[in-house]
Design a protein around this ligand. Structure first.
Ligand code: XLS
Ligand code: NI
Ligand code: NI
Length: 437
């Protein structure tokens, strides 16, 4: 088998924070134990197939810039095979435990659904062989319901029932192969489930169709005995003007309305959070507070550019706060940190793929270490506990237990007068956080 990443001859090693080696981990030490688990077990890093192996740097103003040897074969299936060989070589050399893919990342779409499915089957066979040989596991699978022109007006929310049927057929297959590959999860990202203009949109009907579609997916999952976790990945816009899976709260409300909330968790993506005018931390916190935190698409946006730039995460403060929430919520169960991120258009060498992933893994390793220390110090938790202590006894406990109606609350206030107020101490807390970065 040809070697696709000759610039890295040995798997990337942990060399420690003092090392000057660029192709080494300074902080990610997979076997190091933190709060009873290894770093690898906490972080569960995953490489995404689409950005890392399928995208070559195109943007709205120009085509790809990256020339890859695995893209050289002209026959689409030969190209797909070379790409998969390259992908597993990369996973092994980088030392990640997981990968994620869309159906047509790994296999070209054929002229018909039947041909597409045959292509997928052939590639799944190869993926299975590679998974067995390398020990790399599938974090989640998904179906691309947004690139082909048939999906221009959405998949489950398309005005045409034929497109709904096509989308269902693709998701059916993608769930089957995710099961076949032992996937721990399956993601629904509603690529074009939204609208470009309300002038042509029956929103009520579209939402009902999306609810039905996801319900049918749950039914099928149960029918074939797929035990993986279903996730919804919120995103507010892009490619459409508005997407129904806007943010964590909108997805949660949607799942409750259609009685699906027990069957899904959320896959929170950092760049999608900022597109929704939230922070990544807000989305994680909302998900955790509602027992909906499932998995993470770890990347970062650029606040000066208004789209999903999908850059590799490097911000230590953000990684620390993210891991703080994840640890506090009990850590990942089925999910992990999937790098839904791509190298910049000028980063044209394959070695740039290593630099990008190494930096992101080190950033999250530091985030994990910082978060573990911050959590063990209990400094933030103690502050919050004290801030809400009024609810643990007396008046607060009575309100929480439902023992005080509006009339009783009025009598209490008439008797006790003006409440005492307390400082929020934001600056002090920000200083504490900085001590841990
Ligand atoms: C696009 C999404 C996509 C999903 C998988 O913005 O992030 O990559 O993660 O379909
Ligand atoms: Ni994503
Ligand atoms: Ni994205």
């Amino acid at each position: 088998m040809p070697e696709y990443f000759p610039e890295v001859s040995e798997p990337i090693q942990y060399a420690g924070p003092k090392s000057n080696k660029a192709l080494a981990f300074k902080h990610y030490n997979p076997k190091k134990k933190i709060l009873g688990k290894t770093m690898a077990e906490h972080l569960k890093f995953s490489v995404c197939y689409w950005h890392t192996f399928m995208s070559t740097g195109s943007d709205p103003f120009g085509p790809g810039t990256m020339l890859r040897t695995y893209n050289e074969p002209e026959d689409p299936m030969e190209q797909a095979k070379a790409t998969m060989d390259a992908a597993f070589e990369f996973f092994s050399k980088l030392g990640v435990g997981y990968w994620c893919f869309h159906d047509h990342d790994i296999a070209p779409e054929g002229e018909t659904l039947a041909e597409s499915n045959r292509n997928i089957d052939a590639m799944v066979k190869l993926a299975k062989k590679h998974q067995r040989a390398t020990g790399v596991k599938l974090l989640w699978g998904t179906s691309n319901l947004f690139s082909n022109r048939r999906f221009m007006a959405g998949a489950a929310t398309n005005p045409s029932p034929e497109v709904y049927a096509y989308a269902a057929s693709k998701v059916k297959k993608a769930i089957e192969v995710t099961k076949e590959l032992g996937g721990a999860g399956y993601v629904f990202w509603g690529g074009r489930e939204g609208y470009d203009t309300l002038l042509n949109t029956d929103m009520e009907r579209e939402l009902d169709h999306l609810g039905r579609f996801l319900g049918q997916a749950v039914e099928y999952k149960e029918k074939i005995g797929f035990k993986g976790q279903f996730y919804i990945e919120p995103k507010p816009k892009e490619p459409t003007k508005h997407q129904y899976d806007f943010d964590a709260a909108a997805c949660h409300a949607f799942l409750q309305k259609y009685d699906l909330v027990d069957h899904f968790k959320l896959n929170i993506e950092s760049n999608h959070a900022t597109l929704a005018a939230h922070t990544f931390i807000h989305e994680l916190e909302y998900a955790a507070a509602n027992d909906m935190l499932g998995s993470v698409d770890a990347n970062r946006g650029d606040l000066l550019i208004g789209w999903d730039t999908d850059q590799f995460p490097t911000d230590i403060r953000e990684c620390t706060l993210a891991m703080y929430i994840i640890l506090r919520a009990g850590g990942f169960k089925t999910g992990g940190l999937n790098f839904d991120a791509k190298v910049r258009r000028q980063s044209i060498d394959t070695v740039d793929l290593f630099h990008a992933h190494i930096g992101a893994m080190d950033a999250f390793a530091r985030g994990l270490e910082n978060a573990a220390k911050l959590l063990s110090s209990k400094k933030l938790e103690k502050f919050i506990q004290k801030r809400y202590a009024g609810w643990d006894k007396g008046l607060g406990a009575k309100i929480e237990s439902g023992a005080m109606d509006f009339e009783a609350l009025e009598s209490y206030t008439l008797e006790h007068g003006e409440p005492k107020v307390q400082s929020g101490r934001q600056e002090m807390l920000e200083n504490i956080l900085n001590e841990y970065l």
